[in-house]
Design a protein around this ligand. Sequence first.
Ligand SMILES: C[S@@+](CC[C@H](N)C(=O)[O-])C[C@H]1O[C@@H](n2cnc3c(N)ncnc32)[C@H](O)[C@@H]1O
Length: 362
Amino acid sequence: MSTPSPHCLTLGALIQCRPGFEPDAAAELASRAHAARLVGPVSGAPRSGFCTLTLAEPLPRDLLQRRLDASQLVFSRQSFQVVAVLDDLPERDRLTPLVSAIAAGGERFCRLLLETPDTNEGKETSGFLRRFEPLLDAALRDAGLLRPDSPHLPRLHVFFANARHVWLGFSAPSDGSAWPMGIPRLRMPKDAPSRSTLKLAEAFLTLLTPDEQKATLRPGLQAVDLGAAPGGWSFQLASHGLRVTALDNGPLAPAALATGLIEHLRADGFTWKPRKPVEWMVCDMVEQPARIAPLMAEWLASGRCRRSLFNLKLPMKRRYEELERCRALIDQRLRHAGIKYVLRIKHLYHDREEVTCYLTRR
Ligand SMILES: C[S@@+](CC[C@H](N)C(=O)[O-])C[C@H]1O[C@@H](n2cnc3c(N)ncnc32)[C@H](O)[C@@H]1O
């Protein structure tokens, strides 16, 4: 068991990712840490569902947060700064050592997030966690460590790598995901043509601020959906009242057409152009990412759309490298056009072998 660090120091960072993506998550974390002059090993066991950066020397918390904004990492679903690692929790009483380790950190928290990796082993632990959570919650409140009425306080993460091995840490309320383990619980809308409608819903919630959602997802605005069939994304846009031109040689589901807001065109997403600029272009065409990225940049550079949301399919081994290549292609085109832009990328919970990107002018 490592000694909890004094309350102003952090031992490193833990990021949670989709199992199988540890090499990509670790490569990204290592690259970001290197750029931020943070020294220490990065590790992520295969299919463990998480990666860690262990600092060679503990650092003040604010400094780590400023240098490494882990919540911005593409392959991170959830992240926190580590303050202690408890590696042999007794099966009979996990509560006492946990509460004393949390108390030793000398910090108060606004919220408790009990988390596990998103793996089969994690799922086995989650049954125990459901029973354990009210006990830990009550013990922390009794000790004055958990104060839900003080939302400015950090959130406490208790991450059970397995039933006996726990990583303790914290995150600022504005960082990381609001959902434990970064897994949104979204309800499938009635009549939606495909489950991928949830992917776009998650993308809007994750990649846009609430103000951006309000300003850009409203009735009267126009959208284009490249590679739309069977219509899950178009349906999601229509559910916000947008009018959608849906391009695909394949058929759209009747439920999509029944919204009355979606027009289906059998056309090629690589060559078709709108007559007038549109607010949104979304694209889910299954194509090489190095073909999609320049197309997305072109739509923004030529003013065909004000913003776009698209998938880059990454079925290859070295996903992080491919993603960086796509970033460079977008940057090259927009720099050449003298356009300052915002590009946010996330490997969403609903994404499998792909990442989701939001691109707009700054
Ligand atoms: C993953 S599916 C899209 C699913 C859709 N987003 C939904 O929510 O239902 C990919 C679609 O891209 C279409 N597609 C692939 N290449 C295309 C192209 N060049 N032009 C238009 N559509 C294309 C395919 O026909 C396929 O229907």
